[in-house]
Design a protein around this ligand. Structure first.
Ligand code: 13P
Length: 260
């Protein structure tokens, strides 16, 4: 498993298959001749385009932005985890704050979805994070505690270790406002502590934690490796394939410098 992970969440973009095909050809061109051993990518397009994302360059996996918790049945408009798995999806974003906000997903739904993704042998990327208001009221730790405990409840240690958490403070998404390196580091410490209490210190070390919210390649260090993070979850900048490839290269460089 690569040391660092860069997950691109394309959200509700692009608007046409023509643009998807342009995006993918630029990505192929940008990746040609490049090989990353310590940094891996995941791209999560809208479900409509998952098929187009089947032929991604080596080192970039296919992810989905959402899933339903039941395997099959009368659930109009939903996508089964088994369908996604059978379509070559390896990762699924679960509990993104935009789904919590616009889709009314609560911690119970997020848990059901994350567990269904694990059961279908894919990796859930579970988003957690506080709102601006909660932050202003000094509630960040309490909110995160609740969100993290809800997701891991009822899992074995082996299952727990497969989950990837993405710390996405809601106030940092789409705003170009960032937490400090130290604030992100404190969240990492809190998550470790919670997981060590629920499982053990080995599980706490193994669960990968990403940072998300206004990420750009120009300050990757401050929001990721300097803050003890294992990678990033990227929104807007993932719409530019060269940015994704640039981030892969920067993480690779960082991993190699850690080894040296
Ligand atoms: P931005 O990178 O556009 O702030 O979005 C972050 C995000 O929500 C990724 O899931």
């Amino acid at each position: 498993m690569a040391r660092f992970l860069i997950v691109g969440n394309l959200k509700m973009n692009p608007l046409s298959r023509e643009e998807v095909s342009q995006y993918l050809s630029v990505l192929q061109r940008e990746m040609s001749g490049k090989k990353f051993e310590h940094a891996a990518g995941v791209l999560c397009p809208p479900a409509l385009y998952l098929n187009e994302f089947s032929e991604l360059p080596q080192g970039i996996a296919k992810g989905a932005q959402n899933v339903f918790w039941e395997k099959s049945g009368a659930y109009t408009g939903e996508l089964s985890p088994v369908m996604l798995k059978n379509d070559g999806v390896e990762y699924v974003i679960v509990g993104h704050s935009e789904r919590r906000q616009y889709g009314n997903e609560d911690d119970r739904i997020v848990r059901e979805k994350a567990h269904a993704v694990l059961k279908a042998l894919m990796v859930p990327i579970v988003c957690v994070g506080e709102t601006g208001e909660e932050r202003a009221q000094g509630e960040t730790d309490r909110v995160l505690e609740h969100q993290v405990q809800a997701v891991f409840e009822g899992l074995s240690k082996l299952q727990a270790e497969k989950i990837i958490l993405a710390y996405e403070p809601r106030w940092a998404i789409g705003t170009d406002t960032l937490p400090t390196t130290n604030e992100i580091l404190q969240v990492k410490v809190l998550i470790r502590k919670l997981l060590a209490e629920m499982f053990d210190s080995q599980a706490a070390e193994r669960v990968r934690v990403l940072y998300g919210g206004s990420v750009k390649s120009s300050f990757l260090g401050a929001v990721s490796w300097e803050a003890g993070m294992d990678g990033v979850l990227v929104g807007r900048e993932s719409l530019f394939p060269y940015e994704i490839v640039k981030m892969l290269a920067l993480f690779e460089e960082q991993a190699l410098s850690l080894e040296a």
